[in-house]
Design a protein around this ligand. Structure first.
Ligand code: ATP
Ligand code: MG
Length: 575
């Protein structure tokens, strides 16, 4: 491509609405353009990156034995009703009515549609296993679309679904996908970690997320410094060191005016935060429920929800708390909670506190010296603490660390959840009908582009890994008016193109400073600069975007060298 013909509009100003580096740089490099909240155009440069990502994913999916197909974006409400997800999906699913008033969903994911295909197409164990995938647009009406294409409302996903005759086969399919995702992440050049997202009954982990490590990530990963343990903080087991709990032996009501936070409370009663216990109120499965956590720690609501086996939990409102406990928010505690008909769950850390400071069930009052067993009784003890750096690893006892990550992929063992609901069956060897055992596997194609920038940039712009760069090399004549140099550039450009290198020729008649700035911003991995002074000595600059210094090469050696670097860069991460 000649730059003069290309639609590449770089932007110097930092876009105001962009909070993350990748969002800012994608806009500034002219890769994406906002159409509406969470909805973007992919401009030619951006689309080239997406196509490269897609190619890698497609190659690895095909290599794993999966077959590509394409399902429609629109699917009829009836299919979703079969699994109950027409209701359950709630507002995240975008819906519309056609001219006959018939309801349709814009696919946020495709389990129902694929299960329908398979129940209509496969009826014998002989046709199994199959793994079917597509690369397609998804719609999700996210509560908070943000960070550009990182959390969009329309985005591209590769979604795959495996169908097996039994659990053993399904686990094999799951592991096969797990390995394929590792290869994909590796080829894209990610610094990543697969983490446990759910510990199911089968084979230890039934769900794993592929996390790209980045400070701007919305997820927190808890991982062990000693062993392989890594989990999403939403699921991470926490072995929290027991400490504190020295709040006196006698139950005493203390006037604590204007106290709002745990820190303020601890300071006021001259104790430590870990001597206090907070009581948080929830509505879990329509039941008023209290959860107690040691003052210095936070509740993990997903763990709480799992511990309660509640399909849905939410925080109780200030009014609900006042009405049920008689005390305003922040002052309701566990003493006498049983008589109010409130279910009480306490965290493991609270269970071992000899005594604690708790809400006094009255505005501006707390109790000190609250003792479990004597002053309150729980219905249940569970690990409901949000894991933190420094906790002990549940596998090996080592210390865990915390790190932010971006979820780019997710592999999930589904079992018969969908096949059962949709009566998707086949005939086994004995001629008996059996439900398919399924897995589903998603990769955020467009999110990958943003995640890659989060890991590969500097103050001047993007530093694309060779494998997904929009162009692998840029040939930049310092001035197109210097004829010998420019002719050389054109020839080099044509030769590289013919040799299969993705190359762009910056043939614009503008200042070299602007050309260099643009090349750095857009982030081509390799740049060839032809300037009059060096060229008169037969030499040409070759510079890697990720390196500070350039090399001066003999002008006749440049073509070979560039080709080598590009090939090497593209293939070195292939296994
Ligand atoms: P998240 O927790 O980030 O909302 P999810 O668990 O809803 O993700 P999945 O349903 O597992 O995501 O979807 C598979 C993949 O699709 C994710 O791993 C992610 O890479 C991508 N993805 C999900 N939601 C979005 C979005 N709103 N914008 C861009 N990519 C997305
Ligand atoms: Mg989501």
């Amino acid at each position: 491509m000649r730059w003069s013909n290309a639609l590449i509009n770089t932007v110097r100003e930092t876009p105001k609405e962009a909070e993350t580096i990748s969002h800012r740089l994608m806009i500034r490099a002219g890769m994406i353009l906002k159409v509406g909240s969470g909805i973007y155009d992919f401009l030619p440069l951006g689309w080239r990156v997406i196509k490269k990502i897609t190619n890698i994913i497609r190659e690895e999916m095909d290599a794993s034995g999966a077959q590509e197909l394409l399902m429609p974006v629109l699917s009829p409400s009836e299919l979703w009703q079969e699994t109950g997800r027409w209701q359950l999906y709630g507002k995240e699913m975008m819906r519309l009515k056609d001219r006959h008033d018939k309801e349709w969903g814009l696919g946020p994911t495709h389990e129902e549609v694929i299960t329908d295909i398979v129940r209509r197409q496969i009826n014998s164990y002989k046709q199994l296993p199959v793994n079917l995938y597509q690369i397609q647009i998804k719609f999700r009406d996210e509560i908070r679309p943000r960070f550009g294409i990182m959390r969009a409302r329309e985005f591209m996903m590769k979604d795959a679904y495996s169908f097996d005759r039994d659990e053993e086969g399904a686990l094999k399919s799951y592991n096969n996908m797990f390995e394929a995702y590792k290869r994909i992440c590796r080829r894209i050049g990610f610094n990543y970690r697969p983490v446990e997202a759910d510990s199911g009954a089968i084979g230890g982990s039934s769900s794993a997320e592929f996390m790209v490590l980045a400070d701007t990530g919305e997820e927190t990963i808890i991982y062990c410094g000693k062993c392989e343990y890594a989990a999403n903080v939403e699921k991470a087991a926490a072995i929290v060191e027991a400490k504190g709990g020295n709040a006196g032996e006698e139950l005493q009501k203390v006037h604590t005016p204007d106290i709002r936070t745990v820190e303020e409370l601890a300071a006021f009663v001259k104790m430590a935060p870990e001597d206090t216990a907070k009581t948080i109120f929830y509505i879990a499965d329509n039941k008023f429920t209290a959860a107690m956590m040691r003052g210095d720690r936070e509740i993990n609501e997903i763990k709480l929800k799992n511990a309660l086996g509640a399909p849905e939990i939410r925080l109780a409102s200030a009014e609900e708390i006042k009405e049920k406990t008689g005390a305003p928010v922040g002052f309701a505690g566990p003493v006498g909670i049983k008589d109010k008909g409130i279910k009480l769950v306490i965290d493991n850390t609270v269970a071992v506190m000899p005594s604690m400071v708790c809400g006094g069930n009255e505005k501006d009052y707390h109790y000190t010296g609250v003792k479990r067993g004597r002053d309150f009784e729980e219905d249940m003890t569970a690990d409901i603490a949000r894991a933190e750096e420094g906790d002990s690893c549940p596998k090996c006892g080592g210390k865990v660390k915390a790190q932010k990550g971006i979820e780019v992929g997710h592999v999930f063992y589904l079992g018969d959840k969908y096949s059962k609901a949709m009566n998707a069956v086949f005939l086994d060897e004995q001629g008996k009908t059996k439900e398919f055992v399924m897995g589903c596997y998603g990769i955020g194609v467009t999110r990958i582009a943003a995640a890659s920038i989060e890991q590969n940039h500097d103050e001047n712009g993007i530093i694309w890994p060779m494998a997904i760069a929009p162009y692998e090399a840029a040939v930049v004549p310092v001035s197109i008016k210097y004829k010998e140099g420019y002719d050389y550039c054109v020839e080099l450009y044509e030769k590289l193109k013919a040799a299969g290198v993705d190359v762009i020729l910056d043939d614009r008649d503008i200042s070299p400073g602007v050309k260099f700035k643009d090349a750095d911003l857009v982030g081509f991995p390799l740049r060839v600069v032809v300037g009059e002074k060096n060229f008169k000595d037969g030499r040409v600059e070759v510079k890697m975007r990720k390196e500070k210094d350039f090399q001066l090469l003999d002008k006749d050696a440049v073509f070979e060298r560039v080709r080598e670097i590009v090939e090497e860069g593209k293939n070195k991460l292939k296994s």
